[in-house]
Write a protein that binds this ligand. Structure first.
Ligand code: TEU
Ligand code: CA
Length: 558
């Protein structure tokens, strides 16, 4: 197996990481300033959410120019400097490859709009409307129709915002264009890419209506999700890139099935090294996704465990590979989502971290989780996230929610929760900037910030440092087998990781209540614990709320 699978990837959402020039916007200079800090977290790769030129309708996921840096973030020279400085510290840079769509200000789209016979029309999906209506009934992933009107009777496919135009991968020029972009950045020294919504690049031929007999817009998932041609396209572009470069690759799979995962990241013949799936993030959502609130506030540790089991077992049995994460720029903060962001914030942050770094797969972490940052309540005039702003209307019009409930749903789920500035210190603006940041700062920065946690050996930050070091020192945590124990326990998640050298037992209380466990063979040697002081192993063990332990067991001769 590729040794890079034993990596720690730290995701940066640049706009909110660190501002270096006092304009309230995070930038490349800020990342460079913090490289030693990132090194202290034993990070091996930094994945940067898009830093290319963008109109910022979807904060970088709408790209105007793939060959340049957003001037708000810096210059190409600064980017090269970042790559060099990171490399000095043994850290590789991973770029975000947004290849499902360009922005509507990208040169390809502008040329397509110049004339009806422009060859660039083949780069996108232009289609005539049906009787004054959209060409089909697909719903956009940000709500509303998936079609954007471009002239009297013509539309173009936009699966996300109207400023994000879906590329037509059927066209070989599109595929070559994407290869060229990747090579450009690889030549500048980047180590690889994260591929945005890569499983939806192929669309059902003819773009037919979904369930024509049903009224209203339809969720077009099965018309766009991992269609056979998606695999062919990826195989082709990746082969062209790999002719010249070795690279680290992770694909984002929206509504990824296990069969598709097996094909994307098969260890014997990977298209990508690993994939992301969303099942844990969507644990409390209905079938329509994130803003389908019907199950809100109701999820159980049992359900959580069954999702973990489903993926851990399948990737092991069928020999493919997944990226593990709890937070990213699209989800609420995981401490607020799964943990306890008040009384047990510190304890639950450590418990969830221990969980994420001891699963089979490659662990990813997201800026701010290492200090246990929490969601932030934003009032409507403070919302920045285009998805939230659109869905606020959709929740009222399509799902018939009263405005005040729609507002509460958005406040709980908005991506802005994860996008407030990183809290570096207790100084003005949390040490993120010297001026008012571009987005609301979480008022809890006086209690939650890097500076204070640096001085506390028992802080979440210092726990992450021990945990990441431990992870890198114990390859069994990456490659070893995963066997669940205490399967039916309603509060505890527990498993054994084993390879030819080592056998580790992980037991974590994911609940806010203490748990008593009766143990047959209490011989564990604790290697890493979330609590500073722990009781010795005994036949009867009490696990405090959110207490977790990694212990070494004796390997039996077999
Ligand atoms: O996200 C893909 C995606 O599936 C999102 O629609 C996600 O489900 C949603 O944001 C959850 O709230 C990727 C990027 O990570 C996201 O930031 C972009 O907005 C999106 O693609 C379009 O590029
Ligand atoms: Ca700045």
């Amino acid at each position: 197996m590729k040794k890079e699978l034993a990596s720690i990837v730290y995701q940066i959402w640049p706009r909110s990481f660190k501002d270096s020039n006092g304009d309230g916007i995070g930038d490349l200079g800020g990342i460079i300033e913090k490289l030693d800090y990132l090194k202290s977290l034993n990070v091996t790769y930094l994945w940067l959410s898009p830093v290319y030129v963008s109109g910022n309708y979807d904060y970088g996921y709408d790209i105007d120019d793939y060959y340049n840096i957003n001037p708000e973030y810096g210059t190409l020279e600064q980017f090269d400097h970042l790559v060099t400085e990171a490399k000095k510290r043994g850290i590789g840079i991973i770029m975000d490859m947004v290849a499902n769509h360009t922005s509507s200000s990208h040169i390809w789209f502008k040329k397509a709009m110049e004339s009806p016979d422009s060859p660039y029309r083949e780069y996108y999906f232009f289609k005539k409307g049906k009787k004054g209506k959209e060409p089909n009934n697909w719903i956009s992933l940000f709500g509303g129709s998936a079609w954007t009107k471009v002239s009297e009777d013509e539309y173009v496919l936009t699966m996300f915002a109207e400023q994000q135009v879906d590329l037509n991968w059927e066209n070989p020029k599109v595929r070559d264009g994407i290869v060229e972009i990747m090579k450009f950045w690889l030549k500048r020294g980047v180590s690889g890419f994260r591929y945005d919504v890569i499983n939806i690049i192929s669309k059902m031929e003819g773009l037919p209506d979904k369930n024509p007999h049903k009224k209203g817009y339809q969720f077009a998932d099965d018309y766009i999700n991992s269609l056979p041609k998606a695999f062919d396209y990826i195989e082709e572009v990746m082969a062209k890139v790999r002719e010249e470069f070795d690279l680290f690759t992770v694909g984002e799979g929206m509504l990824l099935t296990q069969d598709a995962a097996k094909r994307y990241s098969d260890l014997n013949n990977p298209l990508f090294d690993m994939m992301f799936q969303f099942d844990l993030a969507l644990i409390d959502c209905g079938p329509l996704g994130k803003y389908d609130f019907r199950k809100f506030y109701h999820w159980t540790i049992k359900e959580f465990k069954s999702i973990v089991r489903k993926w851990q077992m399948d990737m092991q049995n069928r020999n493919y590979w997944m990226a593990n994460y709890l937070s990213n720029h699209d989800q609420p903060r995981h401490i607020s989502h799964y943990g306890h962001d008040k009384k047990y914030r510190v304890e639950s942050a450590k418990a969830w971290a221990m969980f994420n770094f001891t699963l089979r797969g490659t662990p990813f972490m997201y800026q701010g989780e290492e200090i246990g940052m929490t969601d932030c309540k934003l009032e409507m005039n403070e919302w920045k996230d285009i998805e939230a702003i659109t869905d606020y209307k959709v929740l009222q019009s399509m799902m018939k929610l009263p405005a005040f409930i729609a507002k509460r749903v958005i406040q709980k789920k908005t991506r802005d929760n994860a996008r407030t500035p990183v809290q570096w210190s207790t100084s003005a603006y949390a040490g993120f900037s010297t001026v008012q940041p571009w987005i609301k700062l979480n008022p809890n920065y006086n209690e939650i910030n890097v500076e204070q946690q640096e001085y506390d050996a028992d802080s979440i930050l210092n726990f992450y440092r021990r945990l990441t070091r431990f992870y890198l020192d114990h390859p069994v945590l990456t490659f070893g087998s995963w066997t669940e124990i205490l399967v039916d326990h309603p509060q505890i998640i527990a498993y054994i990781r084993e390879d030819e050298h080592e056998k580790l037992q992980i037991i974590i209380n994911l609940s806010a209540k203490p748990v008593t466990l009766l143990i047959d063979e209490p011989f564990g040697e604790d290697l890493l614990t979330t609590k500073k002081e722990v009781a010795p192993w005994n036949h009867k063990m009490v696990f405090a709320p959110y207490e977790g332990r990694v212990s070494r067991l004796k390997k039996h001769e077999s």
